[in-house]
Design a protein around this ligand. Structure first.
Ligand code: HEM
Length: 435
């Protein structure tokens, strides 16, 4: 889940700004004059960014790497080094802004805070998502769930793999970790969709929806009950937070009141949402990339190393979270652009991941690149993804099972599924056949 206060859907237009004449060197140009300076940005539409952004992003990256995009009501950063620099500089490019729509629905959390407060909210959730802890806690569960899903459609000889395979575990696994029962997943997803609809409403300039508030209240209450029941990862995180142990907060924060149950629940909601749409998108994109390149699919089916390389390369080519939002805490300069104070700065992970200055033949699906680790799908800096190891584990175990258990797995129409999405990018469907 990203804070996405930029435009998420074409529709609402912003009122035209007041006119002012003078342009002062070194001072951000008034918005209405930015079109002259950023003609490529001025020409971009939300439709283009949703449907097939890569050609437009390539033009921006080459000629306006930090461009003013009126359709977003903000700046769009597309060059790898500039996106990385902004992610690492949370003082200048912060998530702390009233427009950070997620916070307006689920309350403040690690996703919408910076500095010591951020560290305080994030610390209790780090240990259970470290690589070893993730392997020990989730491997068996993901194996069993993948097998169950494959058994449910194998005899049919065909399936729509995004909804029938990639989607379900993404929600169930994290819900289970937070102490929710498997049977509650459907209810959880309905809360999720209602809350995401409210976030989109805010992103489009509207107020939070009442339905969204009620859904979050119900979710928060359920998460607090899970904390009280104990035994879950969430209850352990709450226990760690309450311990006031030094590793739970930066030195300066020691002695501050521990996170309240509401704050723990807000962060649990961010964990939940951080892992649902993204993980589903990652697995659906990976299947689309592999089944469009049968040789790569065969290699990945035969060698775990080749599958890991395909996971990295698919995330590079189509990161499930295509953009993340920041706000300029002060007026500043990035890549030659003069950015005013408190302006939206949208960082395009999708564009950075196809920067030819970093990745040779950036539009080609080439698993095994020597610098695959420089791809930014999980972000970088203080807000680097907490769930990276869990996401990778779900993709590795799930796709390995599909390739092993469904010989001849192929796309039904042979055509590469179309990938869409302004913030979360994935194919609407992955129709496959086998046997
Ligand atoms: C392929 C799957 C995933 C992708 C592509 C992804 C991507 C990201 C990105 C780009 C961010 C940075 C957001 C920002 O800086 O504004 C992030 C943060 C986060 N992700 Fe993930 N994520 C994935 C899976 C998960 C999973 C499975 C979880 C749950 C365990 C998760 C939990 C989080 C949390 C809690 C944050 C906020 C960290 C912070 O702000 O300190 N993510 N993720």
């Amino acid at each position: 889940m990203t804070g996405g206060a930029g435009r998420s859907s074409p529709g609402r237009r912003r009122p035209p700004p007041e006119r002012s004449a003078t342009i002062v060197p070194g001072v951000p140009a008034p918005e209405e004059h930015r079109g002259d300076r950023y003609p490529l940005g001025a020409a971009i539409t939300l439709e283009e960014l949703d449907r097939d952004p890569h050609p437009a992003l390539a033009r921006l990256r080459a000629r306006e790497p930090v461009s003013w995009v009126p359709a977003l009501g903000g700046w769009l950063v597309t060059r790898h080094d500039l996106v990385l620099a902004a992610m690492r500089d949370a003082r200048t490019f912060t998530v702390e802004d009233p427009r950070f729509s997620t916070a307006r629905v689920v309350g403040p959390s690690m996703l919408s805070l910076d500095g010591d407060e951020h560290a305080l909210h994030r610390a209790p959730f780090m240990a259970p998502f470290r690589l070893r802890a993730v392997r020990e806690r989730f491997s068996r569960e993901v194996e069993v769930r993948s097998q169950q899903l494959i058994d449910s459609f194998r005899a049919r000889g065909c399936a729509e793999l995004r909804r029938e395979f990639a989607g379900p575990p993404a929600a169930e696994i994290i819900a289970g970790a937070l102490g929710l029962e498997h049977a509650e997943t459907a209810r959880l997803l309905s809360w999720y969709e209602t809350i995401v609809a409210s976030v989109s409403e805010i992103t489009a300039g509207g107020p939070p929806t009442r339905a969204g508030e009620l859904a979050y209240e119900a979710l928060s209450e359920r998460l607090r009950a899970a904390i009280a029941t104990g035994g879950s990862l969430l209850a352990q995180a709450a226990g760690r937070a309450a311990s006031g142990a030094s590793d739970m907060a930066p030195a300066q924060a020691v002695g501050r009141p521990a996170l309240s149950q509401e704050q723990i629940a807000s962060n649990a909601a961010v964990l939940l949402f951080g892992g649902i749409e993204t993980t589903e998108g990652m697995i659906a994109n990976l299947l689309a990339h592999l089944l469009t390149n049968p040789d790569r699919a065969r290699a990945a089916g035969a060698d775990p190393g080749a599958l890991d390389a395909a996971i990295d390369e698919s995330l590079r080519l189509e990161p499930a979270a295509a953009v993340i939002d920041r706000y300029s805490a002060t007026s500043t300069e990035l890549g030659g652009a003069r950015i005013g104070r408190r302006e939206l700065v949208r960082l395009s992970l999708a564009a950075a991941n196809r920067d030819p200055a970093v990745f040779a033949e950036p539009d080609a699906f080439t698993p095994g690149r020597p610098n695959a680790g420089r791809q930014l799908a999980f972000a970088a800096g203080p807000h680097v993804c907490v769930g990276v190891h869990l996401a990778r584990l779900e993709a590795r175990i799930g796709v390995d099972a599909l390739l092993r258990l469904l010989p001849g797995l192929a796309l039904r129409d042979r055509a590469s599924p179309e990938v869409r999405g302004l913030v979360f990018r994935k194919p609407a469907r992955v129709d496959a056949t086998w046997g």
